[in-house]
Ligand binder design. Structure first.
Ligand code: SAM
Length: 283
């Protein structure tokens, strides 16, 4: 059954049974020290008070219809994450995997912590999600990647569907012959993928929304149809969308009422049960 739960994940996780989910992807706050916030705007036609001119000379203005966001500053980020990661291991199925999405400032502390919780041999990959967007520093190399740590609960037995990996173009197709060039190659642990473009249909307006293509690849390769997939820092529910579209079930948790309401709208096609809030926006 698909579920969206409004609540602190540290309250929700202990209520979940042992070994009940086959894949966990989490993208917690990155401890940037700032509040992550985005205003949701609607455009209105307003001849009297419009502040800009659009199609056929008509006047338009924007009106704020809500805000979504979350605090992203922690005195001790590893201490915040550790009990949640311990719960993650407990609720994972024997063949299950955890994907922890971070950025280069916190990832090393969390790698050491996860080695302690899962065991070093459970570390499978550090996936680099590389993008190329936004400002470029002139004082150091512009930081244009995130880090996704993959841990298998059991490093000898885990779900990994090689045949479900999508193919990407060769960098030098002229060196491999036309047949191989047309087929493309499987990606390495460096995944090039643009961020969710501001004007794309995929954009929900939630800050820090991750691209569906990244989550879709993880879901296809690391789970089976019918599996239960969990994201307990769910935000706009990108994992839920990737799961539902691939025939998997989702269990999503977030403590932000605006995120829960947004997920309920985004994932209405998958008929989720909403727990702790009303999908019409009332808690
Ligand atoms: C980086 S965002 C996730 C974005 C998501 N991957 C997406 O694609 O939209 C992190 C989310 O964690 C949520 N969060 C932070 N602390 C939490 C907690 N203790 N329990 C549940 N959710 C929490 C925030 O409200 C925020 O929505």
């Amino acid at each position: 059954m698909n579920r969206i739960i409004l609540g602190d994940n540290l309250d929700v996780l202990p209520t979940l049974p042992d070994a009940g989910v086959q894949l966990i992807y989490i993208d917690p706050p990155f401890n940037t020290g700032r509040r992550q916030e985005r205003r949701r705007l609607r455009t209105l036609r307003d001849e009297a008070r419009g502040d800009r001119t659009g199609f056929r000379g008509r006047r338009y203005r924007s009106e704020e219809v809500g805000r979504a966001g979350f605090a992203d500053a922690f005195a001790d980020f590893p201490a915040f994450l550790e009990p949640r990661l311990r719960q993650a291991r407990r609720i994972l199925d024997a063949r299950g995997s955890l994907f922890l999405h971070l950025d280069p400032r916190e990832v090393h502390y969390c790698k050491v912590m996860l080695d302690g919780i899962f065991g070093r041999s459970s570390f499978m990959n550090e996936i680099i999600w590389a993008y190329d967007y936004g400002g470029r520093s002139r004082r150091r190399w512009p930081a244009k990647h995130d880090n996704i740590l993959w841990y298998a609960k059991d490093p000898r037995r885990y779900t990994f569907h090689y045949e479900a990996i999508d193919r990407v173009p060769y960098m030098a197709p002229g060196l491999v012959g036309p047949e191989k060039a047309a087929r493309g190659k499987t990606p390495t642990d460096v995944w090039w993928q643009t961020i969710v473009p501001t004007n794309s249909a995929e954009r929900t307006g939630y800050p820090t929304q991750k691209p569906l293509a990244i989550l879709a690849r993880i879901v296809r390769v690391h789970s089976d149809p019918g599996d239960c997939l969990c994201d307990f820092f769910a935000g706009s529910g990108t994992l839920g969308e990737a799961a539902a579209r691939a025939g998997r079930e989702f269990l999503l948790v977030d403590c932000d009422p605006a995120a829960a309401a947004l997920m309920a709208r985004r994932l209405a096609f998958a008929r989720p049960r909403c727990i702790g809030f009303r999908p019409d926006g009332e808690s």
